[in-house]
Design a protein around this ligand. Structure first.
Ligand code: ADP
Ligand code: MG
Length: 207
């Protein structure tokens, strides 16, 4: 089965395609390198996963993604995303089936890892302002009677709403916190890269 690897390739392609856009966003409130960092990271990830003998189980693939991002990406976001993927890998068990519960579990583990490392909360204008609302969509109180695809679609809207929310607030974490209030009016680049990754995965799964 190559499906996991194909999903990753779709995510990597989306990030690499938006390299310049992510850099232009980061140039408004940071140092303009977010797209470069992410594109470098995901092309290294693609190479590392290409070299894996067995990509049929999500755990080892997620672990390779996490490790590769940590090793290859400077800047704040690479190690944070890397930690998220590593924690998601650790949350995988032998049940590889994809369902609302497994999305909830893996996303929750990733967010906990990102928060343990970066100490940011919702409302600090970071990737978490997209990841936390996505995760919320998969929680039992919001999924009653819904299909996986209905929830995936809701989460796609939640991701965009999260990006829009980051425009309205001042950065409290990371490099953008240096410009503080002057970051209001601009989208957070990490929030946008999180939305792009999620939407690429969703588009892939919908096919
Ligand atoms: P750097 O800020 O070192 O140049 P990047 O430009 O690659 O790194 O990444 C910036 C993004 O990282 C921000 O847009 C934000 O979403 C995210 N980020 C920064 N600090 C944190 C943190 N403590 N927790 C979560 N995300 C963070
Ligand atoms: Mg930057």
């Amino acid at each position: 089965m190559t499906r996991i690897k194909d999903a990753l390739d779709a995510v990597a392609a989306a990030i690499i395609a938006q390299k310049d856009y992510l850099c232009s966003l980061d140039a408004k409130t940071g140092d303009g390198d977010h797209g470069l960092n992410m594109a470098r990271g995901f092309s290294a990830v693609r190479d590392a996963v290409d070299e894996m003998a067995d990509t049929t189980k999500p755990g080892p693939v997620l672990e390779t993604i996490g490790q590769t991002l940590i090793e290859n990406v400077g800047g704040a976001a690479g190690p944070l995303y890397g930690t998220g993927f590593l924690k998601a890998a650790q949350a995988c068990d032998d049940d590889t089936s994809m369902n609302i519960k497994s999305f909830e579990k893996l996303l929750g583990a990733a967010i906990n890892g990102i928060q343990a490392r970066g100490r940011a909360e919702k409302g600090d204008k970071t990737m978490l302002d997209v990841l936390i609302p996505i995760h919320q969509c998969f929680q039992p109180e919001n999924t009653e009677g819904k299909s996986l695809f209905a929830v995936l679609e809701e989460a796609s809207h939640a991701a965009k709403a999260g990006v829009d929310y980051t425009k309205t607030i001042a950065a409290k974490k990371g490099r953008a916190s240096l410009v503080g209030e002057r970051s209001i009016g601009y989208e957070d680049p990490g929030a946008v890269s999180s939305m792009l990754m999620y939407r690429a995965l969703y588009a892939f799964l919908k096919k």
